[in-house]
Design a protein around this ligand. Structure first.
Ligand SMILES: [Zn+2]
Length: 106
């Protein structure tokens, strides 16, 4: 695997299952809307990876605004994650392909 993203073999990339550490989370509140929270693990990644992780969370923030609180919390986790991971994957692929359009470091 190319190490252009500097992901080391012992570093968990992002949320998956089991006791994996969450590096970011988007909460959806009534009236207030989305709140994206980045945990300490997030800051262990390089800027390119952080940018793609935030692409993932941005999808959830958009879903929260588009669905509204009630529909967001009642929409399947899998449905919400498919769109978020698709955006995250596209961002990572763009990075790996040298196309930084979506992924300039923050
Ligand atoms: Zn997600």
């Amino acid at each position: 695997m190319k190490d252009i993203l500097n992901i080391t073999s012992n570093q968990t990339y992002t949320e998956s299952s089991g006791d994996v550490e969450y590096v970011a989370e988007t909460r959806c509140w009534p009236v207030f809307g989305p709140q994206v929270i980045y945990f300490s693990g997030y800051f262990t990644f390089n800027p390119s990876v952080r940018r793609c992780l935030s692409e993932h969370e941005n999808v959830h923030a958009k879903q929260c605004r588009a669905f509204g609180f009630w529909n967001y919390v009642n929409t399947s986790h899998h449905v919400k994650e498919m769109e978020a991971y698709a955006a995250e994957l596209k961002c990572l692929q763009d990075k790996l392909n040298g196309n930084g359009e979506c992924c300039e470091a923050q």
